[in-house]
Write a new protein. Structure first.
Lengths: 588, 183
């Protein structure tokens, strides 16, 4: 007869078999048996956060930067409700998370017991799947299945709710089954014919564009390699969504920059005027498409995605290939290399005019801004940060708002998994805890959270976690004293009624740094900026960098809501020119 | 065109909606109905009727039948989203007008009144396989199986004849002939 283990022991045996090295969590009454067991499992390190939302985002940062699922451990009731934001965030951005939550004992479920909540009910819409374990004999199977669901297909968060009595109860342990089929939810569902159709479309196209997304990152580093080869052999221009940055080198000439609401002029115009659009692992998000009816009106559209429900959800496509990006792109590359040996050459001539047009759009230099020697421009700060860190293998996280867009526009990523940001849900307060998670996964690497002062205050308490585990994360705050993106929208759409978007009574970030026990650096003068950034990079511990920037700067270029890609507002220089022509604000 | 005052676009052209019947095979486990129904409410889809019960006790499979309306794009999404749920095995959908599919609803009518009125009611139900489930001197309970719109009609028709209570199920569906629903 095989040995009996307690539920708590089984949890750790499962985590060990799933090769989990770190869990992010916060103890409480209903998970104490699991916490009690922690000491017996030295291969698993627990990171104590300061708020369960922080645990969730840290696990997201860990997962996004390492490709492994993030594991979260929280208690019942408030522990579980606090992690809901992070679960929803992970669901929107397809990040694999396994959240284990404690629950009140089985016999108390439904009695409004202390720290009871309907955790599986609350998290049902924000997880791929969740389980309430009612029998300890099911526990090993459920936890292994949880890892399977979180990491296969389109990744996402899952939750396993374990009542306290189940954590004490004893059962046999079962190893994970190999190749478990989840009701036939397969990953690759395409055929050679579709690949050939795509190649046919590509060979006919005169104005093609590749639009790649987070799916390329999620598919693993091999997907980026395949994508790079694909772009190289086709010589097609490529643009990327916010989540896809880094899959293709940001400083390469074939890369047009990010597309969408705050994307570059050349990327958006190319999307609008193209005759062939190849979407690789992106989902036609509303920040990308702008006005649906006028989205890329004259193109054949191809969509490569692992999630069949992403196909035709927003935009009708002419050819859909359901499969894993690595798998699909490698097949395409192989086919092109084998069958169309002359492809590269003939193609270059065919699309030469298209590249000429793209160069014209590029000439607009849409990410341009008017720099100042009086105060620090936020774009300038990001550019300097990039220049001073580009030689290192740097990991960047962000919060949400203007600073996030400036980071996406001006920081160039050359490798996948180096860029962690909350895209779908747009969670302010994501960046700092995410940086904690990234640093845990990559202890030797430089990790910077490009933050806004409003966002960072939402999860500031995690600085304490960084101190506790000696994580040298750098919090680079672009402090403009406003909720900048809110202020920008109010300026452009609400007659400059800056309702509640100014942060009065901001804390002194220098003193805050001191209080947490890390280094504080403040920059106000553009001429000291480089030295101060260097000081931050040279310091071995965590740093809070208060970069005081121009409070009135807006994020351009921009597609106003309800407008198509070819009606962008450009930066102040261009606006001045337009004013002279009397076109001024017509586009706002 | 009205100017959008938010960070979102404004809705544009509206497509025509069709009525579809979805048949979903799921693991009969706790919360599975909530997952299916939550998917509909969470994504703003509409449920006209719902019927669910276990159909295979050994394999532990329940069959859910949902009548819904939506544009072709929405119907497509419903199907694909349903298929993503972990306890869902198989999803079939067809248009209400589909001649190859039978679908039926059941209703119980309680009539209170004199014998003459009750007879009139039973007579009116004749087309719809009436079964008298209960009868007293002053009341009767009639079971009918029919289409949704027929039951709607009967519901109105029987009101003046003493109908005081109606209980009805959602639609259930089955293909004609030897074939069965496929994926």
């Amino acid at each position: 007869m095989s040995k009996l283990y307690s539920g708590a022991e089984i949890v750790f045996k499962c985590l060990e078999d799933q090769k989990v090295k770190h869990i992010f969590g916060y103890p409480g009454g209903a998970v104490l048996p699991i916490y009690d067991e922690l000491k017996n499992h030295s291969s698993i390190k627990h990171i104590l956060v300061r708020h369960e939302q922080g645990a969730g985002h840290a696990a997201e940062g860990y997962a996004r930067s390492s490709g492994k699922p993030g594991v979260v451990l929280v208690t019942s009731g408030p522990g579980a409700t606090n992690v809901v934001t992070a679960l929803t965030d992970a669901y929107m951005d397809s990040v694999p998370l396994v959240c284990i939550s404690g629950q009140v004992p089985t016999h108390l479920i439904g009695t409004d017991a202390f720290q009871e909540c309907d955790t599986t009910g609350i998290t049902r819409p924000c997880t791929k799947h969740n389980w309430l374990v009612k029998d300890v004999n099911d526990l090993p199977r459920i936890i292994h299945e949880a890892f399977e669901v979180a990491t296969t297909g389109r990744p996402g968060p899952v939750l396993v709710d374990i009542p306290k009595d189940i954590q004490f109860a004893k059962a046999k342990y079962k190893k994970p089954k190999k190749e478990k089929k989840l009701n036939g939810k397969s990953q690759n569902n395409y055929n050679q014919n579709q690949i050939d159709q795509l190649i046919e479309l590509m060979s006919k196209s005169k104005r093609p564009i590749i639009y790649s997304g987070g799916g390329v990152i999620n598919s693993g580093p091999k997907a980026s390699d395949a994508l790079r080869e694909f772009v190289q052999i086709t010589s097609f221009p490529i643009t990327s969504t916010l989540q896809g940055l880094g899959a293709y080198p940001g400083d390469d000439n074939q890369f047009l920059g990010m597309l969408g609401m705050h994307g570059t002029y050349e990327a958006n115009n190319a999307m609008h005027d193209c005759d062939l659009l190849i979407n690789i692992g992106a989902r036609f998000d509303d920040r990308i498409t702008g006005k649906i009816d006028e989205f890329s009106p004259n193109s054949k559209k191809v969509h490569i995605d692992i999630d069949p429900s992403s196909i035709n959800k927003i935009i009708k496509v002419d050819l859909a290939i359901v499969g894993d990006v690595t798998n699909v792109i490698s097949k395409i590359n192989k086919r092109i290399n084998k069958k169309n040996n002359g492809f590269t050459k003939s193609n270059k001539q065919k699309i030469a005019n298209w590249w000429e047009q793209i160069q014209k759009w590029r000439g607009k230099n849409s990410l341009n801004f008017i720099n100042s020697d009086q105060n620090i421009k936020p774009q300038h700060a990001v550019q300097r940060l990039y220049e001073l860190t580009k030689k290192k293998d740097t990991f960047i996280t962000t919060e949400v708002g203007q600073h996030q867009m400036w980071a996406a526009q001006h920081y160039k990523f050359n490798k996948p998994n180096r860029w962690m940001t909350s895209g779908g849900l747009g969670t302010m307060g994501y960046g700092l805890p995410a940086a904690v998670g990234v640093q845990i996964a990559h202890p030797e690497k430089l990790v910077i959270d490009i933050a806004g002062e409003a966002s960072v205050l939402m999860t500031m308490q995690e600085m304490s976690t960084a101190i506790q585990y000696n994580l040298p994360i750098k919090i680079f705050i672009l402090n403009n004293q406003y909720m900048g993106m809110v202020r920008q929208w109010q300026e452009l759409l609400h007659e400059k009624n800056y309702s509640e978007s100014y942060s009065e009574a901001l804390p002194d970030f220098m003193k805050m740094a001191e209080a947490y026990g890390c280094k504080g650096i403040k920059a106000t003068d553009p001429s000291d900026l480089d030295d101060k950034i260097q000081e931050m990079l040279d310091y071995e511990g965590p740093v809070i960098f208060d970069c005081q920037v121009d409070p009135n700067e807006n994020c351009f270029p921009m597609i106003p809501s309800g407008k198509p890609h070819n009606q962008m507002i450009l930066g102040p220089k261009d606006q001045e020119e337009n004013k002279i022509k009397g076109k001024g604000k017509a586009l706002v | 065109m009205p100017k959008s005052k938010s960070a979102y676009s404004i809705p544009t052209k509206k497509q025509k909606s069709d009525t579809h019947i979805f048949v979903i095979w799921v693991d009969n486990e706790a919360g599975v109905l909530a997952r299916v129904v939550g998917l509909f409410s969470g994504r703003g889809y509409n449920i006209e009727s719902l019927a669910v019960a276990e159909v295979d006790a050994i394999k532990n499979i329940s069959r859910i039948t949902i009548v819904t309306t939506g544009t072709p794009q929405v119907i497509d999404q419903i199907k694909l989203q349903l298929k993503k749920l972990v306890p869902v095995h198989k999803v079939a959908d067809f248009k209400r007008e589909d001649k190859d599919v039978i679908f039926k609803e059941m209703a119980l009518f309680k009539i209170v009144g004199n014998q003459r009125k009750m007879d009139k009611c039973i007579n009116a139900c004749k087309k719809f396989n009436p079964v008298i489930l209960d009868q007293t001197k002053k009341s009767t309970v009639i079971q009918v199986t029919a289409l949704r719109r027929e039951i709607d009609k009967m519901n109105i028709k029987l009101k003046p004849l003493g109908l005081i209570s109606t209980s009805r199920t959602g639609a259930v569906a089955m293909t004609r002939g030897a074939k069965i629903f496929n994926l």
